[in-house]
Design a protein around this ligand. Structure first.
Ligand SMILES: Cc1cc2nc3c(=O)[nH]c(=O)nc-3n(C[C@H](O)[C@H](O)[C@H](O)COP(=O)(O)O)c2cc1C
Length: 203
């Protein structure tokens, strides 16, 4: 059984939330994954202020909704982060979540090692910065010793991409190519995660 943690980096109940719910539903029904979901919507999440409390003490000085994210990462074998495209890249909310995960790594050296990660981005424009947003997320995976995956050539390349046409959930639900890229990406994420789990040393 693979555990999958899904995160939406949108402040709205709209396109990204719809995509993430579909991804988790798909992983549960096709891969029997156990899933958890976290949305930044309505949550208080402070910026990292580089106080280095995490480096000295192993935990973050802020007490806020990130606790749920830390628990989700500790629990998960696989992570899927979804972001709306803001100014050609990931949303500020998504970036803050990634920055604040520095405290997770400080408290658990190699705690993210070999977790498998993928990303999905949705933009109001067909080519609005989705791949750049995805790369920012997969770079985080690389930096933190995770295993980044895309969805494979001919449809999902670096990960899942949607064109919402700025129409929220309705817009992405109508994007058949986007949906195909999401399913390909979730398939790849689950496949690699199973391989990693099977290959784990049994000590
Ligand atoms: C501050 C801001 C900046 C945005 N910048 C872009 C952009 O650079 N490229 C793009 O394609 N869409 C851009 N959009 C549109 C959103 O990415 C798009 O509507 C997305 O589907 C919203 O996701 P949500 O419904 O989950 O909030 C921007 C929206 C906002 C609020």
């Amino acid at each position: 059984m693979v555990t999958l943690f899904g995160i939406s980096g949108s402040p709205r109940r709209a396109a990204t939330e719809w995509i993430m719910q579909e991804a988790l539903r798909y992983a549960e029904s096709n891969w029997h994954a156990e899933t958890r979901y976290f949305s930044v919507r309505g949550k208080k999440i402070n910026f990292c202020i580089h106080c280095d409390h995490c480096i000295r003490k192993g935990s973050c000085t802020h007490e806020d909704a990130m606790q749920e994210v830390y628990e989700g990462f500790a629990w998960a074998d696989a992570v899927l982060i979804g972001t709306p495209v803001y100014q050609g890249s990931l949303s500020g909310q998504t970036k803050v979540v990634l920055d604040r995960l520095r405290a997770f790594a400080a408290g658990n050296p190699h705690g993210l090692r070999n977790k498998v990660g993928a990303a999905v981005a949705d933009g109001g424009d067909r080519i609005g910065g989705q791949e750049i947003a995805i790369r920012a997320i997969t770079d985080f995976y690389v930096i933190n010793e995770m295993i980044p995956v895309g969805g494979g050539a001919f449809g999902a390349n670096l990960g899942a991409t949607f064109w919402s046409r700025d129409k929220g959930a309705e817009g992405v639900a109508a994007d058949e190519d986007g949906l195909r890229s999401l399913h390909k990406t979730v398939n790849r994420l689950m496949m690699v995660c199973q391989l990693v789990k099977e290959g784990e040393p049994h000590v």
